[in-house]
Design a protein around this ligand. Structure first.
Ligand SMILES: [Zn+2]
Length: 463
């Protein structure tokens, strides 16, 4: 939108004069700047509030005496009736024409429909901000943060419901992708006209535990029933070399090990609490959007979890499978701790097997674990783990090919989605709430937040 700079200047000039009069009236020309700023913000919010109300009222055209009702009947003009919505400037009241007395007994205001306004509810502009607070802070903290920025208070429940609505929209979007990805016509068209194909694409999956418990209901003692559910996460990404000038101390450490530090880019995250089979549909559907199946080199990173590799084999049988280096290394550390009491023995053993693993000599690692005391649970587990995953641990080959061998990208995604939000103190989840909040947060982390906001803004109103 183009501003008329001159008009803005002259309005600002008037407002500055008005503000000065207010300050002088308090006989205080030594107000600290922070207080000046905050008082000005209050004034501007009030102005915005009035301005939005007056603008909306002014968009009401001369009402027709009759309009079509969505039910197919006719609605008759009643009167100009004020309505209140909660906007980014707080509660705003505006006037609009109201129609009723159709046989379906519904009332309607065309202006509300035009702007997606629902009397008593939040506007799409405010909904975006509430949801943004809700994906970053716990629901009981969010109102405090929001009030500091917006200068008016909203309830915890409003933040929760707007955040969950965004997550539900993300869920809808994913459902559409799933439907499309099972449609033969779409798949054939995509084969002919695939768009961008990444020459080396990465996929990764992981899971994190979320604590589910029923929200206590007012006046009703609910049985305390706690349950842990797996939030599965998947991500698609590309990898680039970190230019020398941008290398952090951590990267420099990695250089010594890996020669060329790599980092992920164009990352998209998806998540759900669901069975592996169902999650596979999301894997396939989102994979279609990045042409994962058409990529000349598709590399999957994961820990040893069986469901991950089963899904990879089912949907992407040609993908290169790599067990995340850090998980494999961690496994050896656990074994060493369980088996060796002496610190020097422990580190000697660890150094040797870690080097063998680094060189892709999994057979040596397995042998080293077999010779350990097999009455030790960790040692037995390690033998099975390295045997089952040996082909996914040819790290010397993977490094030679220049592949990323650590699944840090999806794990940090899991951490960001689950740990940093769903595990905040005081968080109590029901499954749908956890899923929707996590889905909204994934969209934010994937950089697709705006498309959710556009969907939210275009929401048709229930008439
Ligand atoms: Zn009707």
């Amino acid at each position: 939108m183009n501003y008329n700079t001159e008009t803005v200047n002259s309005v600002a000039q008037e407002l500055a004069k008005m503000f000065k009069t207010m300050v002088m009236a308090q006989e205080d020309d030594r107000l600290p700047i922070a207080q000046i700023e905050s008082e000005m913000r209050e004034v501007l919010r009030e102005i915005g509030n009035q301005m939005l109300g007056k603008f909306l009222s002014s968009m009401q055209k001369t009402p027709a005496s009759e309009i079509a009702c969505p039910c197919g009947g006719k609605l008759k003009y009643q009167r100009i009736r004020p309505a209140t919505v909660i906007s980014v400037f707080g509660r705003v009241t505006y006037d609009r024409a109201y129609y009723a007395s159709c046989k379906c007994k519904q009332g309607l205001s065309p202006l509300d429909k035009q702007y997606g306004l629902e009397p008593g509810a939040v506007t799409a502009g405010l909904a975006e901000l509430l949801a943004l607070a809700g994906i970053g802070h716990s629901y009981d903290e969010s109102p405090k943060w929001l009030e500091a920025f917006m200068l008016f208070s909203v309830s915890e429940n409003t933040v929760r419901s707007e955040t969950e609505k965004m997550g539900a929209l993300q869920g809808e979007l994913e459902e559409e992708l799933i439907q499309k990805s099972q449609d033969e016509t779409y798949l054939q068209e995509r084969q002919r006209n695939p768009g961008r194909i990444v020459s080396r694409l990465y996929g990764s999956m992981d899971a994190a535990k979320v604590r589910i418990e029923p929200r206590p209901r007012k006046g009703k003692v609910t049985e305390k029933h706690e349950d842990w559910r797996d939030m599965k996460a998947l991500c698609w990404f590309e990898v680039e070399k970190v230019p020398p000038a941008q290398r952090s101390a951590r990267h420099k450490e990695k250089v010594e090990r890996e020669h060329v530090p790599l980092r992920a880019k164009n990352i998209s995250y998806f998540c759900d609490i669901t069975e592996a089979e169902n999650f596979g549909k999301l894997l396939w559907a989102t994979g279609c959007t990045v042409n994962a199946d058409l990529s000349p080199e598709l590399i999957f990173l994961g820990d040893g979890a069986v469901w991950i590799w089963n899904l990879v084999v089912k949907y992407y049988p040609n993908a290169i499978q790599i067990v995340d280096w850090y998980h494999a290394e961690e496994y050896l550390v656990k074994v060493a701790k369980a088996v060796f009491n002496s610190l020097s023995e422990r580190s000697r053993w660890l150094e040797e097997v870690t080097q063998a693993l680094w060189d892709g000599q999994v057979e040596i690692v397995i042998k080293a674990c077999v010779t350990l005391d097999q009455s030790c649970h960790e040692a037995r587990k390690a033998v099975a783990y390295f045997t089952d995953n040996s082909e996914r641990m040819r790290y010397h080959q993977f490094r030679a090919a220049g592949y990323m061998i650590g699944s840090g990208t999806v794990e940090s995604g899991c951490k960001q989605i689950v740990t940093h939000r769903l595990k905040l103190p005081g968080a109590q989840w029901i499954v749908s709430g956890a899923v929707q909040t996590a889905k909204a947060r994934s969209a934010w982390l994937s950089g697709t937040w705006q498309s959710l906001c556009d969907r939210r803004s275009a929401l048709p109103l229930a008439v």
